[in-house]
Design a protein around this ligand. Structure first.
Ligand code: PXL
Length: 280
């Protein structure tokens, strides 16, 4: 049989499982699909959870994470890579090695440390491996404020400290960082801070009164990876991902007593799929 050679864009997520579908691998795959990108996924932890709470976590062995990566890459190298919850130091190290050895793209690293309900999804010991082995390979790191504090060692009370923390994270070797400012409140606006070692760009969005939604970080980093897979340049991908999440949040909904869940298909297809004109 003739070999396939489809040109459709492919993004790979390396992350944990949320059987409730709001976060993790499931949110990443929905985001990829919404953005017209074929999704590969390698699982790092199986998590018994819903949008409200986590019951238990089962780790996937580093060798099994590696085996999943080898299996998909044997057929097609992804155009973009994102990482989410990684669990153990061994997984972080195996992933960092695999990126080099298998020739994977520089990853969008969502440095997930806690679930939205507060359970650890990255061992404490693994934070060092994340800082020293994975972040230096990153195309973009997407911490929230507590994660940016943990990575940089800087307490962030406002945009001034956020800039210092962003510079430190780029200093670890990442090409760029966006600190998600859900917490960096400017009253009615939420501000994200992008830094690529040269420029600081403040990305403001209206603060929605939706409460603490589940899986927004996953959707954001997955959307950046999907837009990169489609060939968008980084700053445009970040701006587009922010619009994607905002639209998904505006159409969020809840099950039972759970937290708000995103509608990954909220943005009209035309706005999702066409490249956004570059700002000059
Ligand atoms: O958004 C952080 C996160 C990442 N990955 C998984 C999660 C969560 C939050 O709950 O469940 C699998």
């Amino acid at each position: 049989m003739k070999g396939g050679n489809s040109r459709r864009p492919v993004a790979l997520t390396v992350a944990g499982s949320d059987p409730g579908g709001g976060a993790g691998i499931q949110a990443d795959l929905k985001t990829f699909a919404a953005l017209g990108v074929y999704g590969y996924s390698a699982l790092t932890e199986v998590i018994a959870q819903n949008s409200a709470r986590v019951w238990s976590v089962a780790a996937v062995a580093p060798s099994m994470v590696r085996a999943q990566l080898e299996a998909v890459v044997a057929e097609r190298k992804p155009d973009a890579l994102k990482t989410g919850a990684l669990g153990a130091a061994g997984v972080v190290k195996a992933l960092a090695r695999a990126i080099g050895e298998l020739g994977l793209p520089a990853p969008v690293v969502d440095p997930v440390m806690l679930s939205s309900s507060g359970t650890r999804l990255l061992e404490r010991r693994a934070e060092k491996a994340l800082r020293e082995e994975l972040i230096p390979l990153a195309r973009l790191v997407t911490p929230n404020v507590p994660e940016a504090e943990a990575l940089s060692g800087i307490r962030i009370a406002g945009l001034g400290e956020a800039r210092e923390a962003a510079a430190r994270i780029v200093g670890l070797g990442a090409r760029a960082v966006v600190i998600k400012g859900g917490h960096l409140a400017h009253d009615s606006r939420a501000i994200d801070l992008f830094h690529d070692g040269r420029r600081f760009i403040e990305l403001a969005a209206p603060r929605l009164k939706i409460g603490d939604a589940h899986g927004t970080g996953c959707a954001f980093s997955a959307a950046v990876a999907a837009y990169l897979a489609r060939g968008m340049e980084l700053e445009t991908a970040v701006r587009s991902a922010k619009r994607f999440v905002l639209a998904a949040l505006k159409r969020s909904f809840r099950f039972g007593r759970g937290r708000p869940l995103l509608d990954h298909f909220a943005l009209p297809a035309g706005q999702r799929l066409s490249p956004v004109p570059r700002r000059r």
